[in-house]
Design a protein around this ligand. Structure first.
Ligand SMILES: NC(=O)C1=CN([C@@H]2O[C@H](COP(=O)(O)OP(=O)(O)OC[C@H]3O[C@@H](n4cnc5c(N)ncnc54)[C@H](OP(=O)(O)O)[C@@H]3O)[C@@H](O)[C@H]2O)C=CC1
Ligand SMILES: O=C(O)[C@@H]1CCC=N1
Length: 267
């Protein structure tokens, strides 16, 4: 089975890196093309992938084709590859935020099997969180193959399309927000004399452990907070200071802004 990528930016590279690491595809079964030759050719060469000369050629060569361009470019690219998709043989997988199944079908025609997805960058290390929604044309073996791409590089969840916006904020964008939190912890460590490298390693490992604990425990996060905050201890003093500075409000405001921008970009 061949998989093609239209666009080789940050997210396509994360998916390809994850698929190669998982040995889900051989390098020679991955075909790429993007806007600039100086971008996709060296990338293909470096990873021993096939470089296609056009977007249309990616579709012709592929069983699955991943649309990995930015939302403003996606409609023009879909119009460009419409004829190659028309027979319904190739499955279109979109990772484009805010682009609905209906909008894609209007551009490429009614026969095309389409999987709308919203992955996050952690697919690169097999720890992704991806939402998926399939159209009515994507069934049977084709559906299994398309879902298998993201199953190989993390966790997937089927989601109603009207919830993709909030999912994008909580899973797609949140790696950046968690990175900001870890960097903030790390800077505080530097303030108290740790090296940045030491402090980042300590903060990242502690964050990883807490995420695993929440997933494994039957307790809600608030109960786990109480388990850490000893009576009269230092943690409760820190929690109250963070709340006085508005941590929870800041996070919710950040998510509000993320969802609002995703809505504004959606069609
Ligand atoms: N970044 C993330 O964490 C996530 C991103 N997404 C979605 O993934 C998509 C890509 O995002 P991201 O990787 O961050 O963006 P990038 O800007 O890093 O990559 C965009 C890619 O699109 C290519 N491109 C532009 N125009 C064309 C064209 N006409 N034909 C073919 N390729 C073209 C660019 O080519 P070139 O390299 O030659 O310039 C580039 O490789 C977006 O739609 C975004 O919503 C979804 C979930 C998470
Ligand atoms: O920033 C963006 O628009 C994309 C969507 C989710 C993560 N990155």
């Amino acid at each position: 089975m061949n998989i093609g990528f239209i666009g080789v930016g940050g997210m396509a590279q994360a998916i390809i890196g994850g698929l190669l690491q998982a040995k889900a595809f051989l390098p020679e079964d991955i075909i790429v093309h993007s806007h600039r030759q100086e971008s996709y050719e060296p990338y293909a060469t470096q990873h021993h992938l096939m470089a296609a000369p056009t977007n249309a050629a990616v579709v012709t060569e592929s069983d699955l084709v991943v649309l990995a361009v930015t939302p403003n470019v996606a409609p023009a690219v879909l119009t460009e590859i419409k004829d190659q998709l028309a027979d319904g043989q190739t499955t279109l997988i979109s990772i484009v935020a805010g682009l609905s199944l209906d909008a894609m079908a209007q551009l490429v025609g009614p026969n095309v099997p389409i999987l709308r997805t919203l992955p996050n960058v952690n697919v690169e290390i097999g720890a992704g969180m991806t939402a998926v929604a399939a159209n009515a044309q994507l069934t049977g073996g084709k559906l299994t193959s398309a879902l298998g791409v993201f199953g190989a590089i993390g966790t997937t969840t089927e989601l109603a399309e009207d919830q993709f916006g909030v999912f994008s904020a909580l899973a797609g964008s949140s790696p950046a927000y968690v990175d900001l939190f870890i960097d903030s912890l790390s800077r505080a460590g530097v303030k108290y004399g740790l090296t940045k490298q030491q402090a980042t390693q300590i903060a990242a490992q502690a964050t990883l452990g807490s995420a695993k604990m929440i997933l494994k425990s039957d307790k809600i996060p608030f109960a786990l907070i109480d388990q850490v905050a000893s009576p009269g201890g230092s943690t409760v003093a820190g929690l109250l200071a963070m709340e006085e500075a508005g941590l929870m409000t800041a996070v919710v405001k950040g998510i509000d802004a993320t969802v609002a921008k995703d809505n504004a970009n959606s069609h």
